[in-house]
Design a protein around this ligand. Structure first.
Ligand code: NAG
Length: 116
């Protein structure tokens, strides 16, 4: 029982972060793709909640990465991971292509991350 709770804790942390914030970026400081993702969002006027995994002590970066890997089995790199409105949007590539095809801004507005 205790083992099971311990196993679920990082998952709960990821879920709560994603559900309680309009936009969440799971990042590692010094990762270029993470910087690009953050710049794009800030450039659009979104103030995302940024979780720098390497600054966490508990749950650890490895714990969170394991959860992201589990949620995103088809992504070779789980970081950066962007959640909008509690749902996983994608990494850099999806963010860029959604921006280019015009679907990103409406999604951000719908999530309450952008007002104008
Ligand atoms: C825009 O791109 C995203 C990410 O590739 C995709 O999920 C979405 O369906 C596309 N939307 C349109 C309207 O093409």
């Amino acid at each position: 029982m205790e083992m099971e709770l311990a196993n679920h804790r990082p998952f709960e942390v990821v879920r709560q972060l994603a559900e309680c914030n309009a936009v969440v970026v799971f990042s590692i400081s010094g990762c270029c793709m993470c910087t690009v993702v953050k710049r794009l969002l800030f450039g659009l006027g979104v103030g995302p909640t940024v979780v720098e995994l390497d600054h966490l002590s508990h749950p650890s970066a490895d714990d969170i990465q394991a959860v992201l890997h589990h949620l995103l089995p088809h992504q070779p790199h789980p970081i950066p991971a962007v959640f909008v409105g509690g749902k996983f949007l994608g990494g850099l590539e999806t963010l860029m292509s959604s921006h280019i095809n015009g679907s990103l801004v409406p999604l951000l507005k719908q999530a309450g991350a952008l007002w104008l």
